[in-house]
Design a protein around this ligand. Structure first.
Ligand SMILES: NC(=O)c1ccc[n+]([C@@H]2O[C@H](COP(=O)([O-])OP(=O)(O)OC[C@H]3O[C@@H](n4cnc5c(N)ncnc54)[C@H](O)[C@@H]3O)[C@@H](O)[C@H]2O)c1
Ligand SMILES: N[C@H](CO)Cc1c[nH]c[nH+]1
Ligand SMILES: [Zn+2]
Length: 423
């Protein structure tokens, strides 16, 4: 990994992919085909892109039963324990409706209502991500969403990985459909003969999925457009190079465009970590992916002080931040921009990916400056409540009417005055 002394401004290389002209045109055409031809179009694209010849899109009960038979009982217990942790964390996020009253009889409040339905996209491809099924489904379930629909591409035999089916069933998905890419997003957004449309679509995916989500936004809500994984480690001389290197590689193995960064004032740690990364890379099954990510996007920033390291971290605004310093908790207050913050050497990033409870769907590409991890609020709407008594309106009618006339809106003013007109 290259070691770069920090100059006045730092600029992190990240991959922001808005697709080629060709990809954008392909997505447009798939979306309009699915809107026009429904299931027939979805089945045709599933054959074309995933190689699966399906007679129906919906996963049957016996396929879920078969998935359980294929899974090791111990792994199912681990999934169940992770679900409990994720659920209890997200239950803390639930916000209740509230009301306030005053002596004039005015009642004001906020009513919290879960979305009626949510669609969860689960990527297919080489890696199956049952953990992402849990992270997308559990906040929706905790919010009280009744209908949770999952879509994921099948393999060429028309099958979905058993771990994904079991995770979906354990987390409480209501319907599962075998379809991926832009056609899945179109079906979830606009509906087909066999898939009823949803209110919001969440979940990561490749460029076709991302472009389709951007396109349908407005007709339905979406969560975010997640970029490749990122990790930044803020460390001082007390950190262990082998542990820092292992954590940097944990995200590098996700994607050739993943971004792994170490920020430290210790030259010795910087040099040791750089060597360790190379050493540990050699034995990784996904070595090619991790090596490319480290070569293209990996960097070690060498600073003059811990204070400067903190400033660098805030300007990177990483998806994951690990603090490996003597007193990590003491620095927490100074961190303004990070999706998830892992404190101390026993809080390695994968603890959060799989098990601890907080969501692993996090803002990437510097968007932690203004956005948050996926959470229960993402699946709830707020409605304002206003109930004025006669006394309250009488006392304020003149002020409201005057404000309306300031905006030249006479009908607004009269609507209020109408209540108190003398016959
Ligand atoms: N941020 C996270 O938490 C997270 C988790 C898991 C995966 N991911 C990301 O999700 C992505 C998964 O990508 P994937 O491709 O493996 O699976 P995917 O399910 O996102 O995409 C597969 C679908 O792409 C469509 N497609 C493929 N080639 C096409 C073409 N030429 N024209 C039109 N459509 C086409 C097909 O419909 C296919 O079903 C990766 O980038 C991975 O890094 C992110
Ligand atoms: N670290 C990923 C999000 O950036 C999530 C994930 C899923 N599985 C393993 N990791
Ligand atoms: Zn991960």
């Amino acid at each position: 990994m290259k070691i770069v002394p920090v100059t006045e401004t730092i600029s992190i290389k990240r991959s922001i992919d808005s697709g080629t002209e060709e990809q954008r045109a392909a997505v447009q055409s798939i979306l309009s085909d699915v809107r026009k031809n429904g299931d027939a179009a979805v089945l045709t694209y599933t054959k074309k892109f995933d190689g699966a010849d399906l007679d129906q899109l919906r996963v049957k009960e016996d396929e879920i039963a078969e998935a359980y038979e294929n899974m090791d009982g111990e792994i199912i217990s681990i999934i169940r324990e992770a679900i409990q942790n994720i659920r209890s964390f997200h239950e803390k996020q639930v916000r209740n409706s509230w009301m306030m009253t005053d002596e004039s009889g005015t009642i004001l409040g906020q009513k919290m209502t879960p979305l009626d339905s949510a669609g969860v996209y689960v990527p297919g491809g080489t890696a199956a991500y049952p953990s992402s099924v849990l992270m997308n489904v559990i906040p929706a379930k905790t919010a009280g969403v009744k209908r949770i629909v999952m879509a994921t591409p099948p393999n060429e035999n028309g099958k979905i990985p058993s771990a994904v089916l079991v995770a979906a069933n354990e987390a409480g998905v209501s319907e599962i459909y075998k379809t991926g890419g832009a056609q899945a997003i179109a079906a979830l957004a606009y509906g087909t003969e066999s898939i009823r449309p949803v209110d919001k679509i969440v979940g990561p995916g490749n460029i076709y999925v991302a472009l389709a989500k951007r396109e349908v936004f407005g007709d339905v809500d979406i969560d975010m457009i997640a970029g490749p994984s990122e990790i930044a480690v803020l460390a001082d001389a007390t950190a262990k190079a082998n542990e820092v290197a292992a954590d940097l590689l944990s995200q590098a193995e996700h994607d050739m465009r993943a971004c792994s960064v170490l920020v430290t004032e210790s030259r010795e740690l910087a040099e040791e970590t750089s060597k360790e990364v190379q050493k540990q890379l050699e034995s990784l099954p996904r070595k090619e992916i991790a090596q490319k990510a480290i070569d293209d996007y990996g960097v070690i920033y060498l600073t003059q002080s811990l204070q400067e390291s903190i400033e660098v971290i805030n300007s990177i605004a990483p998806e994951h931040l690990e603090i490996m310093t003597e007193e990590p908790m003491e620095l927490l207050g100074q961190i303004r921009n990070a999706g998830a913050i892992f404190l101390g050497r026993y809080s390695s990033e994968p603890v959060g990916d799989y098990f601890a409870g907080p969501n692993h769907v996090l803002p990437t590409n510097g968007t932690a400056r203004f956005s948050s991890p996926l959470n229960v609020d993402d699946f709830m709407k707020k409605s304002s409540i206003i109930s004025y008594s006669r006394k309250a309106l009488e006392e304020n009618a003149e002020k409201i009417a005057a404000f309306a006339r300031l905006e030249g809106l006479e009908a607004h003013a009269r609507a209020v005055e109408e209540r108190f007109k003398k016959e």
